[in-house]
Design a protein around this ligand. Structure first.
Ligand code: ZN
Length: 144
């Protein structure tokens, strides 16, 4: 198991602007504040969502659109480095008007209706994502 000890750094809380892309805005936020390693959570609602599932046999993401408003029951993830710049990895559980949930790996083209987020920076040597042969994924690595 790859792991590393971090200290806690800055803590941020805020809200998204209406209609901004959830993933894109967190990426821009990380860029702006030079956050190279962090964990975050968010709640609120989205206008629509693009979610994904990693097909472990084909080693590729399958994405699907949820083209209607949904509540963000839970959105959690992390920020680390990929090719030297902050990369946001997020998963979300979303619910419809009857409380039915869907979820998955979060992709861009997920505009926020309204939402609040919390970011906890982790200080120390950040993880960088490197291509992993076994899974086909860009995984945290001790390489830089
Ligand atoms: Zn994922």
């Amino acid at each position: 198991m790859l792991h590393r000890e971090f200290n806690t750094g800055r803590r941020f809380a805020g809200r998204f602007d209406h209609a901004e892309d959830l993933l894109g805005s967190l990426t821009a936020f990380a860029d702006k504040h030079n956050i190279n390693m962090a964990v975050f959570s968010a709640i609120g609602a989205v206008v629509s969502a693009t979610l994904g599932y990693y097909d472990q046999k084909k080693k590729e993401y399958v994405s699907y659109r949820e083209p209607h408003p949904l509540e963000i029951i839970s959105c959690t993830g992390n920020i680390s480095l990929k090719e030297g710049t902050p990369f946001v990895h997020a998963h979300a559980v979303l619910s419809d008007g009857k409380g039915r949930t869907t979820g998955g790996h979060l992709f861009s083209e997920t505009p926020v209706f309204a939402g609040e987020f919390y970011v906890q920076e982790l200080t120390g040597s950040p993880f960088s994502r490197i291509h992993d042969e076994t899974t086909g994924l860009m995984l945290w690595s001790n390489e830089t």
